[in-house]
Design a protein around this ligand. Structure first.
Ligand code: G16
Length: 539
């Protein structure tokens, strides 16, 4: 390797001195102007990872998802489309923080030798980016790292995050029994459309669905998919709104899944039509929230917890109808943000086990893979359902004993193709919800009636130093700063059936406070009191 070439390339992409970079919940995420050097260094790390894994393709997604337009982020995707293995997050942090070009080269070589990586082995990196204008130059920085270290590099241009995960897995499984799909964006649309038709199995989607695209990449990509979904066969009448990706400043602005979940109201524009089914994607189309405005009772939201219990109930019924209840173990994974009523419904009514993990789909995904069918959704709408190879084999190969069993097996096999197996995917999750509602003959109101949410409130608190806040017990309690948890406990004790916790965000420079209580007023009051406490301890 020509060290000079490395050093010259690195000199073009410096990190910002004095800034401590950290690989967080979803990679490096911050103001875009801090990220050029980070993207270059992530390119280097991805090459190391690819070489370590026998030249398999590693994905890099450039997105700041639900965050405002001036932000951006760089996130690494492992060969099966999963999030980067946790041990490597520390290597990424180490490499990115090397203070000079020479120290970067030394760290790069030290990592290669520590991990027994031969730097002349082949390596492959692919990249996708959302619609943020800053994405373009961050791809250039990444490409320069690949060029300087002889990595085969493919730029897939503008994609949703789940599409990049899909492509990564397709490339690494091509020509094997686990082949995931065609290696192209079009292949992604074809796979989803075909599985949607099969999963519906002649049932038709009822009524119109209005999808808020958050003025992000999901909007044009969903429009591409809609071109090939046969409307006559599926009945799917879907209209995409908030689809302006040409004015970057309106990305996620008063729109999108994060807005709906945190504000607990529909995007103001376009004005929601009472009674019509609506849903919102986020800025990179990996989160989904459903809602409708009832002419009498007003706005009603169906968040990730609802999507989770809907999937678990539908798949549970199908597994029983298919006669597989003794062979296929279904489980649900949630985080501390899950509404207590949803957990009770899943455990008591659906009779399924619930496991808790810290925030971050990487944690949930891992826990979900311990089941034959693992349903995982964060309350914010980020999640999917993962099926084990053995479960998929049973759906395909079990000899049906009746027409009802045959139907259940076919629908299960189609669902496993429809739901993105690599990561939460708002577009595929949305099609899955539509399939379930069509099979059950449900409106959103029927879905909402399955259980009653405990009133809850999520608050974002800006503090001087969010890193002071450290958690334990799957993020349900603070271990630091000393005294903070005791004060939160005192606040909670004043309310009936209440719960609250605080944690530092891994994607924003802020803390988050969640509170749940018997009434809306109490949930708001408790959230505000705990937020004040966080403010006090964080300043
Ligand atoms: C990312 C992660 C999610 C997480 C969210 C918020 O989502 O992928 O798992 O729930 O950030 O995390 P935090 O509360 O730590 O900021 P996205 O949609 O922003 O990529």
């Amino acid at each position: 390797m020509a060290d000079e070439k490395f050093l010259a390339a690195s000199a073009k992409h410096p990190i910002v001195a004095g800034h401590a970079y950290k690989y967080g919940t979803a990679g490096f995420r911050m103001k875009a102007d801090l990220l050029d050097g980070v993207s270059f260094r992530v390119g280097l790390l991805s090459g190391l990872r690819s070489r370590r894994l026998n030249g398999q393709a590693i994905g890099v997604m450039i997105t700041a998802s639900h965050n405002p337009a001036p932000d951006n982020g760089v996130k690494i995707v492992d060969p099966m489309g999963e999030m980067l293995e946790q041990e490597w997050e520390a290597y990424a942090t180490r490499l990115v923080n090397a203070p000079s070009d020479q120290e970067l080269l030394d760290t790069y070589k030290a990592l290669a030798s520590q991990l027994k990586i031969n730097l002349s082995d082949p390596a492959k990196v692919i990249v996708g980016r959302d619609t943020r204008p800053s994405g373009h130059s961050l791809v250039t920085a990444l490409a320069d790292a690949c060029e300087a270290t002889n990595i085969q590099f493919t730029d897939y241009k503008i994609l949703t995050t789940p599409q990049l995960h899909y492509l990564t897995r397709c490339i690494n499984t091509e020509g094997t029994p686990k082949a995931y799909g065609k290696i192209s964006e079009q292949g992604y649309y074809e796979k989803l459309s075909e599985a949607f038709v099969r999963a519906l199995r002649g049932k038709k989607v009822q009524g119109q669905l209005i999808v808020d695209g958050a003025n992000g990449v999901g909007a044009p990509k969903l429009n591409e998919l809609l071109k090939i979904i046969p409307k006559d066969v599926t009945g799917f009448d879907c209209k995409v709104v908030n689809d302006d990706v040409l004015r970057p400043e309106i990305l996620n602005l008063d729109a999108g899944a994060d807005f709906v979940k945190t504000k607990q109201r529909a995007p103001p524009k376009p004005q929601p039509i009472p009674g019509v089914r609506g849903c919102s994607l986020d800025g990179d189309a990996d989160r989904l929230i459903y809602y409708w405005v009832d002419p009498e009772s007003g706005f009603f939201m169906l968040d990730g917890d609802r999507i989770s219990s809907l999937n678990a109930s539908f798949i549970g019924d199908l597994v029983r109808s298919a006669g597989l209840e003794d062979e296929v173990r279904i489980g649900v994974v949630q985080t501390a943000y899950a509404n207590g009523a949803s957990t009770a419904y899943i455990e008591k009514h659906l009779q399924l086990p619930v496991v808790f993990t810290p925030t971050g789909v990487k944690h949930l995904h891992h826990a979900a893979c311990q089941f034959d069918v693992g349903v995982y959704f964060e309350a914010n709408g980020h999640g999917t359902v993962v099926f084990s190879q053995e479960a998929i084999r049973l759906f395909r190969e079990k000899e049906p004993q009746s027409p009802a069993q045959k139907e259940a097996l076919e629908v299960l096999a189609a669902c496993a193709d429809l739901i993105n197996q690599t990561v939460g995917d708002a577009i595929s999750d949305m099609l899955m919800v539509e399939v379930i509602l069509a099979h059950k003959g449900w409106t959103l109101k029927n879905w909402a009636n399955t259980y009653t949410d405990l009133p809850n409130r999520l608050v974002r608190v800006e503090v001087g130093n969010k890193d002071l806040f450290q958690t334990t017990d799957a993020e349900r309690r603070l271990s630091h700063p000393p005294g903070a948890q005791d004060e939160i406990d005192q606040c909670v004790r004043k309310y009936t059936n209440a719960r609250s916790f605080a944690r530092a965000s891994g994607t924003e420079n802020a803390c988050r406070v969640y509170a749940e209580a018997a009434t809306r007023g109490e949930a708001d009051e408790l959230a505000n009191k705990v937020a004040a406490c966080v403010q006090k301890y964080g300043s």
